[in-house]
Design a protein around this ligand. Structure first.
Ligand SMILES: Cc1cc2nc3c(=O)[nH]c(=O)nc-3n(C[C@H](O)[C@H](O)[C@H](O)COP(=O)(O)OP(=O)(O)OC[C@H]3O[C@@H](n4cnc5c(N)ncnc54)[C@H](O)[C@@H]3O)c2cc1C
Length: 450
């Protein structure tokens, strides 16, 4: 079987089925989707059409106007593309606790097999653990999130330097477009009632987290973001990606998280553009491939990716040794959430998150390190960081979220000089930020957002 694919149960194909069901849990796109390609291959083999299904629940943790709107923005394009390519398309938003909660099972009742996304965190992981035993047909999970398939690795890698050579050894084999497919049997069935888009206002979700002021969701927005990055920022990336006010990064993480674009498409486009214009794209590809896939590797092999127990022993021990160091100032989760610290730069990073759904990557490190410095305990700091990222970040609830939050505590890092609170865990200071970055300009930019 294809190395991207895992069969998670031992059920037989339904003989008199109407279609193969592709359940887009994470990779909500038609383009460059290995899981959808697998569903089409399976359907063609059995002389069946494919139904593309995406759902939107009201009860997953942190469901809000922000996250709902981002998902809903993508629906019209996906539906159009499905119809053009002969796939059925079904979108179901469960508006409130009284709405039916069994749509997947209803659709699976007419399916020969289910194909879905292999994803190592959040609700997709839970679904992929529980659903396979509850249905009576094969349940395949396919990795269309990583360029080098997660399944190629047998264990958790220690750090970027251990996974990098392993990725580079096989990268040329996997850095190729998803094979083009064609359905043999177009989809022609009537679909159950409930089909159709909704607005976040109709759903029983958190209305206090507003849609992002900067990032609309959807395939078109993702393609525009990529194009802007190629035209304006790729040539600046190596020099300026650590200069938040310079805005030289791609801002693709929300689109990668919701699967509106694949990292494979981004890497191929970046390589092609760099070759044509004689640019060096190595720094960007290091983040997009090595760092991102290190995060997927971490999550895949960590039973609880949100636990502080995942950090290396040296980090656990040094934090323990400094657990009773005095923290001054000290803030509560509510104070952090309200961007109400004494530090104008920190408040700006939090405000950027609150307003846009994303903080610049360089200042996200500062943001995390200061939460450690100003929280009562390391455990409380970790909980605050995960809560804020998952609730407000468009790219939160992602393998990158938990890996990078834990990086602030020493994961994938090395010991540094010992100091208060952090022990040997890397520290970041306001003076360092002032020296290396244009703090006043960044604060001004965030203030201008709203
Ligand atoms: C405390 C903390 C929390 C973070 N939380 C998240 C999160 O919730 N979701 C998230 O996607 N990233 C997170 N990151 C990693 C990183 O900050 C973001 O991926 C990056 O800022 C996204 O912006 P961009 O798309 O403009 O990145 P670019 O610099 O343009 O990079 C391109 C892509 O490479 C990947 N990438 C970049 N930096 C990293 C990194 N350090 N580790 C892994 N992959 C990376 C991302 O997919 C990103 O979209 C976090 C970092 C820290 C320090």
């Amino acid at each position: 079987m294809n190395v991207r694919v895992r069969l998670l149960n031992n059920k037989p194909i339904r003989p008199q089925a109407k279609y193969v069901l592709y359940w887009a849990q994470m990779n909500r796109r038609v383009e460059s989707n290995h899981a959808l390609a697998h569903a089409v291959a399976l359907a063609n083999e059995h002389g069946l059409p494919v139904l593309f299904y995406e759902g939107l629940a009201c009860d997953y943790p942190f469901a809000s106007d922000r996250l709902h709107q981002f998902v809903l923005d993508a629906v019209p394009h996906t539906e159009k593309r499905c119809h053009k390519l002969g796939l059925g398309y079904f979108f179901y938003a469960r508006k409130n606790a009284q709405s039916p909660n069994d749509m997947l099972y209803r659709l699976a009742a007419d399916a020969a097999a289910v194909v879905t996304d292999d994803y190592p965190v959040f609700i997709a992981t839970r679904h992929n653990l529980t659903v396979p035993e509850r249905i009576d047909i094969p349940y395949y999970v396919v990795d269309s999130s990583c360029i080098v398939p997660m399944n190629l690795f047998e264990k958790r890698e220690y750090a970027a330097y251990t996974i990098r050579p392993k990725i580079n050894r096989v990268l040329s084999q996997y850095l190729v477009p998803v094979e083009r497919w064609k359905v043999n049997v177009p989809f022609r069935y009537e679909l159950p009632a409930g089909h159709g888009a909704v607005s976040p206002a109709e759903c029983d979700i958190d209305h206090s987290v507003a849609p992002s002021k900067l990032y609309p969701g959807g395939r078109k927005a993702a393609e525009k973001q990529l194009e802007e990055f190629l035209l304006e920022n790729l040539r600046r990336y190596a020099r300026e990606s650590n200069q938040p006010a310079g805005r030289a990064t791609s801002c693709l993480s929300p689109y990668l998280h919701f699967g509106h674009i694949s990292s494979l498409e981004v890497a191929l486009a970046v390589k092609e553009y760099a070759a044509e214009y004689k640019l060096v794209a190595d720094e960007f590809l290091e983040q997009l491939i090595v760092r991102r896939e290190l995060a997927f590797n971490f999550a895949r092999f960590s039973p609880n990716p949100q636990s502080i127990d995942n950090i290396p022993n040296w980090a656990l021990e040094t934090l323990r040794k400094h657990a009773s160091d005095i923290r001054s100032p000290q803030y509560t989760r509510e104070q952090f959430e309200a961007a109400a610290t004494h530090d104008a730069l920190w408040n700006a990073t939090q405000n950027e998150l609150l307003i846009t759904g994303k903080t610049h990557g360089y200042y996200r490190m500062y943001w995390g390190k200061k939460i450690i410095e100003w929280s009562r305990t390391a455990e409380e700091a970790l909980a605050t960081m995960i809560y804020l990222q998952d609730r407000y970040a468009l790219d939160g609830r992602d393998p990158n979220t938990y890996t990078n939050v834990l990086w602030c505590f020493g994961l994938h890092d090395r010991p540094w000089t010992e100091r208060a609170i952090f022990g040997m865990v890397r520290y970041m200071s306001f003076d360092g930020m002032k020296r290396k970055t244009d703090v006043p300009e960044y604060i001004r930019q965030v203030a201008a957002l709203g």
